[in-house]
Design a protein around this ligand. Structure first.
Ligand SMILES: *Cc1c(COP(=O)(O)O)cnc(C)c1O
Length: 388
């Protein structure tokens, strides 16, 4: 472990934070501690580990590394992004209200509306990103949490963290930072209380595990989340913690390439006459481009756009791509393409989808780290093959 980790820069932290050579063997990579329990010298006298739901050395290194990258003090790793979200909601009590951005990851919206209302008696108010500049009009005495994604999924709206952090002192502000990663933005630095991730996406980055993580630097929240993580038990196992810790080492360098490829592809699409509106925070045409420039260091790997096509031709286009694989998910090294209305946001009711702008000709790309020219050729070829 590095001394004074806080003073190191992100690319160094990504490789070293929370990690030290194994004390017994010198192994440079944190081992997979596949142990459920730990021997105690005398009852209650142990080396900091009792039972692996509560603490596991592999998970702990991974949690510390992400916490450090996010400028947080404590991290809690869960079996999925959704179980991280569920644990965060467990900070609340029956009758509490959550204000959330309307353009949310479909699964988060499902957790809120179809599970948390019934199971936990919480209430949810969904508002447009524009209304976040007048949050006081929406906050009531019952409002205990504000939940945003930025950029949002899939319309890539940007929330102003500085402004958000000023809303109601007692309200816990949560940012789902999955789309950006801590290399691009660190919401805790703006006074946000909790950052969460689907580690399945950029943090791990290799499309080979499912995981979630929550980070805070408030010790009161840390205490509660530790209790909830141990009580509910939806922990990240040691094997997946190892994979994610390994993935983190290349996060800074991967994000550089994601940013570069996506910026260039967004410009290519914007010039193409088969494409209507292109949404990417790095484009000058993005309504919040200036805010994105201020708040983000790079604009990420996700691009959304409207084809000038009906549903059939849109499907043909998606099927005609070779390097862009037709699949849900995002944030891996490989490029993916998907149809939000049918795939990732199929669980959102159609009328709401239409209001949000998730129409039948709407396409989302997760731009990977392959060669930029091959990716552009692939899209070019799919335009031709699909008869657009
Ligand atoms: C994928 C995703 C989630 C859910 O994470 P899982 O790891 O699939 O449970 C939450 N938020 C966002 C923004 C996501 O993209």
């Amino acid at each position: 472990m590095l001394k004074n980790e806080k003073k190191y820069r992100l690319a160094t932290k990504a490789i070293h934070a929370g990690q030290k050579p194994d004390e017994t063997t010198g192994a440079i990579m944190v081992p997979i501690y596949a142990s459920s329990t730990y021997v105690q010298e005398s009852p209650g006298k142990h080396k900091g580990y009792e039972y692996s739901r509560t603490q596991n050395p592999t998970r702990e290194s991974y949690e510390k590394c992400v916490a450090d990258l996010e400028s947080g003090s404590f991290g809690f790793a869960f079996a999925s992004g959704m179980s991280a979200a569920d644990a965060i909601l467990s900070l609340l009590e029956v009758g509490d209200e959550v204000i959330a951005i309307d353009d949310l990851y479909g699964g988060t919206r499902r957790l809120f509306e179809k599970v948390a209302i019934k199971k936990s008696g919480l209430n949810f108010k969904f508002i447009d990103y524009k209304d976040f500049s007048n949050l006081n009009n929406f906050i009531t005495v019952k409002t205990k949490m504000i939940w945003v994604e930025s950029p949002t999924n899939p319309l890539l709206k940007i929330v102003d963290f500085k402004n958000l952090s000023l809303a109601g002192n007692e309200i816990i502000k949560v940012v789902d930072n999955t789309f950006a990663s801590p290399i691009i933005q660190r919401p805790l630095e703006y006074g946000i209380d909790i950052v969460m991730h689907s580690a399945t996406k950029y943090l791990n980055g290799h499309s080979d595990m499912i995981g979630g993580i929550a980070v805070t630097n408030r010790s009161d929240i840390q205490e509660k989340l530790a209790f909830i993580q141990n009580s509910i038990g939806a922990i990240q196992g040691p094997f997946d913690s190892f994979l994610a810790l390994r993935g983190l080492k290349t996060l800074p360098i991967r994000m550089e390439r994601h940013n570069y490829n996506a910026e260039n592809i967004a410009e290519f699409l914007e010039k193409n006459d088969k494409v209507g509106r292109v949404i990417y925070p790095g484009l000058k045409s993005h309504p919040q481009h200036l805010l994105a420039k201020e708040q983000m260091n790079g604009f990420g790997g996700i691009i959304s756009f409207y084809l000038k096509a009906d549903i059939e031709k849109t499907k043909n286009f998606l099927e005609s791509c070779q390097i862009f694989s037709l699949a849900e998910s995002l944030g891996g090294v490989e490029s993916l393409i998907e149809h939000p209305a049918i795939m990732t946001h199929g669980s959102v009711d159609k009328p709401l989808r239409e209001i949000l702008g998730i129409t039948d000709n709407f396409v989302r790309l997760s731009v990977g780290i392959e060669d930029l020219n091959d990716l552009i050729d692939d899209l070019e070829n799919a335009f031709k093959e699909s008869g657009l």
